[in-house]
Design a protein around this ligand. Structure first.
Ligand code: SF4
Ligand code: SF4
Length: 422
């Protein structure tokens, strides 16, 4: 992946419009220029883009991949848009400061490690804001109560894991935690460890010094930064060839794309290919192991805890080269003995989109409110998902819902289910 776009690719668009019907941004704006067709048209006509309007149009995309999925010409639209973003003059984007500092913070372990403490300080300010304040909603990812709960739960789960640590069994897989599980909600990581133990599926190790997966940098067109983070992660996991499990859908999709970043660096391309070939999404990993008999359900895991739960599909698992849609549902059904409820109109994007939420907050909320209307029609009182961005969006939207609901990472939900089953 690089800054130059092959003009031939832009002219491949047949203008059929199939992409408009699936684009979440088009659905709430009705603007043709914001569809894949519209953006490709603009890219094909403007040779030297640099205006704020042009940057704004390119930034109004969630990179969800729904358009590429239905495109009869098979155009990799998100890849083209990322290349286009990477060639924009840095100050042409009116949100460049916010995006730049987010990408910079995600790339710095020192800054990220202070996030929990920052949340505690910010919490006092957040509580003073009016309940319906937009700023309060925007800062809800720093909710100190949720972060404290997560740390307490993390300690409980870790204390249950202690006996396993003393066993001299070989490590069977490595774990890539991602920024949310590392710096804000550590109970996601300990839930994955707990599941590995409870399902008897092998010893897991979390190498230290992992970096951000680099998705935000790539989505913002900062390809050099995305490469720097990718190289760091490839090196961190290079001491063995174990499968690399990740519990974040967005990280999974980015780690799988590492080879795309090194098309001009053959040595790193080979390393990245080897690395991404080892990456496995956690729910499909446990599902496969239960299916082939190399993992088993705990004996006391039965159906006494039946609750109505909705599984939200992250776009990064719903579209693209590595689609994982049925495995999380099947794992959930196998453990809880109850299939998750579905939305009347089927899976929908939550509108978070990382940097998109930061720079186009109203659009992001608007897309989410459509999803919430659907969710409100179901019997579910719990939302589970596996993407860091989707989790934050669902948490943030709790105040908007006509019915109260809980939000949990799928790993946390399953670990809770097993620990609470009498
Ligand atoms: S990636 Fe998603 S938001 Fe962007 S143009 Fe395609 S469908 Fe629309
Ligand atoms: S679906 Fe593909 S070919 Fe059709 S208009 Fe959209 S981008 Fe062009």
């Amino acid at each position: 992946m690089d800054k130059s776009i092959d003009p031939e690719l832009l002219h491949q668009c047949a203008k059929c419009g199939a992409c408009t019907s699936v684009c979440p941004v088009y659905q709430v704006t009705g603007r043709e220029s914001l569809t894949a067709r519209g953006k490709l048209h603009i890219l094909s006509r403007l040779a030297a883009p640099g205006s704020a309007v042009y940057s704004d149009i390119l930034s109004k995309c969630l990179l969800c991949g729904a358009c590429s999925e239905v495109c009869a010409r098979g155009i990799d639209i998100t890849r083209l848009l990322i290349s286009a973003r990477s060639s924009l003059p840095i100050r042409s984007d009116k949100h460049f400061l916010a995006k730049h500092s987010t990408i910079r913070n995600l790339g710095s372990p020192a800054l990220l490690s202070g996030l929990s403490s920052l949340a505690k300080i910010a919490g006092k300010t957040i509580r003073k804001l009016p309940f319906d304040s937009g700023l309060r909603r925007k800062l809800s990812f720093l909710n100190p109560d949720l972060i404290t709960q997560s740390h307490t739960r993390n300690q409980n789960l870790l204390s249950r894991l202690q006996p396993q640590k003393t066993k001299k069994q070989p490590t069977e897989f490595a774990y890539f935690a991602g920024c949310l599980a590392t710096h804000l909600y550590p109970d996601i990581a300990s839930s994955v460890f707990f599941l590995a133990q409870a399902l008897h599926s092998g010893k897991i190790d979390k190498p230290t010094n992992q970096a951000c997966c680099g998705l935000a940098a790539m989505a913002g067109g900062k390809l050099d930064e995305a490469r720097r983070l990718a190289k760091k992660n490839i090196n961190v996991f290079s001491s063995d060839s174990l499968p690399i499990l990740t519990s974040c859908a967005s990280c999974f999709s980015q780690l799988k794309k590492y080879p795309d970043l090194f098309s001009r660096e053959p040595r790193w391309y080979e390393k990245a290919k080897k690395f991404s070939g080892r990456v496995v999404e956690f729910s499909s990993f446990f599902h496969e192991r239960l299916k082939d008999g190399s993992a088993s359900l705990p004996p006391d895991c039965d159906d006494l805890n039946k609750k109505s739960v909705y599984y939200h599909d992250p776009c990064h698992l719903r579209f693209g080269r590595h689609q994982i849609v049925s495995e999380p549902r099947q794992l959930l059904t196998k453990i809880t003995k109850q299939p998750p409820v579905e939305l009347p109109l089927g899976p929908q994007c939550c509108g978070q989109g990382g940097l998109f939420h930061l720079s186009h907050y109203d659009l992001s909320c608007n897309i989410f409110s459509h999803l919430l209307d659907e969710f409100d029609q179901t019997t579910a009182k719990t939302v589970v998902t596996t993407c860091s961005g989707c989790l934050l969006q669902w948490q943030e939207g709790q105040s908007e819902s006509v019915k109260p609901y809980q939000v949990k990472h799928l790993a946390c939900y399953l670990a809770d289910f097993i620990t609470e089953t009498p």
